[in-house]
Every structure is written in structure tokens, then in C-alpha cells.
Design a protein. Structure first.
Length: 396
């Protein structure tokens, strides 16, 4: 049984996320903009004894609710590395190389365009991310023109992309480390590892220790939402009647895809278009994001794939052809969720953040439409589109 979702769910999730995105954008540019901003910035007071936190709604969404997004990412990363498409070096090498090049090339393009601009250059990681939910949703829209092998290949790239994005956020976008909470976080992570080693199958110990880890990271200056990844990697993968990883993935996936990500999209897509001038759109920061996602992603993925195949380091899986890989590489330029997440960490200036969000939206739309166009006109629709045993198992 695989934790991987099916194409119908992907389509529905993609439609809901896009609807939430458009709703946030429309509300921010409507007579209801003041109400949208009020909810966005409304303070939420949480207290446990002497520990009291007063933060706006957007903070609890980005640093709290997104824990579940990263939890699902951690679960899927663990499954794919242990039993899935990435469980052998032969299957993992090509998508790993593609993911790495698909991060390095966009970051290089952004860095070249923002060279010498200290504030703008903080966003170098924004165009490195691929939104696995929207990417697979868009791929599903191509219908019978998408072989199951192409979906697996894109998902494998996105999994390695997630690993890279998590590492980047943790290493480069902290708020300055605080020693004692960091030691507490390390202790919580070790306890999670011990729970996994002991093959504890009950969920509540992971939830309790995971909550402690989140609180420690929140106070340590490390992005607290990354606690979800550590929790997901700790949940044991076992065969037989007790399969905690699959159970947790199955139960939280609908909440992540149909609640967490749409809510995140709604509250992070509120961009005042009236304030965005042509000069802002053509600014180095915006161009770096758009060109990084639209050109850098596919160039990096296709370039390294061609080199790897030529040198015999890997081969295209499942009889895929190059136009199909090209379409998937273009779709990998949809960086929505993680790109917005990184942008919020990179820019404290409201105007720069708004420009970054607009550039991400523009780039993601271009990547989706061009990728679908290539798959429609060049793939021929003759690939093996039957459901794979892997996908069938995921339905069980």
C-alpha cells in the first residue's frame, strides 16, 4: 500500500487550491479588502500557564498549520526512499540529479539578476521549489496523455525537491539560533528517533513529542513548521496489521490537500494589484523569480537528464520520450506553496513580498500552461497510461 494519492483527488485538490488563490487575490482587490486584511492580521492569543503567545492569524497558518503540510511531505519522503520509486540507487539517481539541477539553475538565475542588491538577494531560494500538489494536479489535467511513469518521475523529482527545500529553509532562513531551545529541539528529535527505533505504533507519543519539538523550534529561531518533517520521518513503516505511516498519511492527506493548502493559498495570495506597477514587475527580484521558475527549472531538469542519459548514469523510466519529460520539466516550474512560504521568510518588507507573490503567481501560471501545451501537442498520448501496481496498491 502506497501513501500516494490518485489523479482524481489531485484534480479536485488542485481546483480547490486555485479557487482559494483566486479568492484571496480578488478579495484583496475588492471593496472587501479591509475585511480581508483585518482577518489576515487579527491577533490570536494562546496561553499555557505562564507561556503566552500573541501572533496574527497569518503566523499561525504559516508556522502552525503548515506543520501538517510538512508532516505529509516527511511521510511521503520516507515511503519513497524505503519502498517506493526512490528505494534503489538505480531509480533514485536520475530524479535526484534532476531535482538538484532544477534548484541550482533557478537560484543561479535569480542570483545573477539580483547581484549587488542585499535585500532582493535574500529571495534566491524562492524559484528553487516545486509545488508537488499543484504540479501533479496540472499533470492529471493532461489525462490519457500522461503515462503512469511520467507521474512517478515528476513526483520523484518533487520529493527530492522537498528535501532540498526543507534543508534550505532550515539552514538559511532561521531567525538566529537560541541555544537552549535548540538543545531541547535536538532532544525531542532524538526521542522521535527512539520511538521509531522501538517501532511504537500508537500515534499519540509522536504527536506529543512533535508538539514539544514544534515549541522548541519556534523559540530556537528555526522555522517551526519543519517539525512536521521530523515527525513524518519518525513514524515507523511496518508491514502487517499495524502500518502507522500509511495510516497517518491516509488520515491527514485530505486535511492537508483540502484544508491546509487552500487556507494557506487564500491568506498568502492577497496581493494589491493596483500597487504593482510595470516597473515592479520588471524589477530584478520579480524577473529572477519568473525566469528562475519558467526557464531555470526546465533547463536544469532537461539539461542534467540529457547528460545523465548520455553518460549512462540513468535512463528515462518506463519508455518515456523527451517531449513528455520536457512537459513535466515545465510543470515543475509551478512553485506556488513552497515558493510563497520561502518568500514570506525572505522578505519582511511588504512591497517586496507583494512583488514576490505576484511573480510566483505569474511564473506558476506560465509553467502550467506551457507544460500542458507541450504534453498535448508533442507527447502523442500513446504512453502507457494504465494504472500502475504501485497506484493500485495505494487505493487499497
Amino acid at each position: 500500500m502506497s501513501p500516494s494519492p490518485q489523479s482524481t483527488t489531485e484534480r479536485l485538490a488542485g481546483v480547490l487550491v486555485l479557487t482559494a488563490l483566486v479568492a484571496g487575490l480578488v478579495l484583496m482587490n475588492s471593496p472587501f479588502a479591509a475585511a480581508y486584511r483585518y482577518v489576515h492580521h487579527a491577533m490570536v492569543h494562546l496561553g499555557i500557564g505562564a507561556l503566552i503567545s500573541n501572533e496574527p492569524v497569518i503566523f499561525w497558518i504559516n508556522d502552525g498549520l503548515m506543520v501538517f503540510f510538512f508532516l505529509l511531505a516527511g511521510l511521503e519522503i520516507k515511503y519513497e526512499l524505503a519502498e517506493g520509486h526512490l528505494s534503489t540507487v538505480k531509480h533514485a539517481l536520475l530524479p535526484a540529479l534532476c531535482a538538484a539541477a532544477g534548484m541550482v539553475v533557478p537560484a543561479s538565475i535569480y542570483g545573477a539578476l539580483t547581484w549587488g542588491l542585499p535585500m532582493e538577494s535574500r529571495g534566491w531560494a524562492i524559484p528553487t521549489a516545486t509545488d508537488v500538489v499543484l504540479a501533479l494536479s496540472v499533470l492529471a489535467l493532461a489525462g490519457t496523455r500522461v503515462p503512469s511513469a511520467l507521474r512517478a518521475f515528476l513526483m520523484a523529482i518533487a520529493i527530492f525537491d522537498d528535501i532540498g527545500a526543507v534543508a534550505i529553509v532550515g539552514l538559511f532562513y532561521g531567525k538566529g539560533f537560541t541555544l537552549f531551545p535548540l538543545l531541547g529541539a535536538a532532544a525531542a528529535a532524538l526521542i522521535l528517533a527512539l520511538l521509531c527505533k522501538l517501532a511504537v505504533t500508537r500515534v499519540w507519543p509522536y504527536a506529543a513529542v512533535g508538539l514539544a519539538l514544534w515549541l522548541f523550534l519556534l523559540n530556537a529561531g528555526v522555522e517551526a513548521a519543519l517539525a512536521g518533517v521530523f515527525i513524518g520521518l519518525a513514524v515507523p513503516l511496518r508491514k502487517g496489521p499495524h502500518m502507522p505511516l500509511h495510516k497517518v498519511a491516509r488520515e491527514i492527506r485530505p486535511w492537508v490537500w483540502f484544508v491546509v493548502i487552500p487556507v494557506f493559498a487564500f491568506f498568502n495570495s492577497g496581493i494589491g494589484l493596483a500597487s504593482s506597477t510595470l516597473e515592479d514587475v520588471l524589477a530584478p527580484q520579480s524577473l529572477g523569480i519568473v525566469l528562475g521558475l519558467v526557464l531555470g527549472k526546465p533547463l536544469g531538469i532537461l539539461g542534467i537528464a540529457a547528460i545523465a542519459v548520455k553518460l549512462g548514469l540513468g535512463k528515462l523510466p518506463g519508455g518515456l520520450n523527451w517531449p513528455q519529460v520536457c512537459g513535466a520539466a515545465l510543470i515543475a516550474g509551478i512553485g506556488f506553496t513552497m515558493s510563497l512560504f520561502v518568500a514570506a521568510l525572505a522578505f519582511s518588507n511588504a512591497a517586496m513580498l507583494a512583488n514576490a507573490k505576484l511573480a510566483i503567481l505569474v511564473a506558476s501560471i506560465i509553467s502550467a500552461t506551457t507544460g500542458l501545451a507541450v504534453l498535448h501537442f508533442r507527447s502523442g498520448g500513446s504512453g502507457d497510461c494504465a494504472e500502475s501496481p504501485h497506484a493500485k496498491a495505494g487505493r487499497a
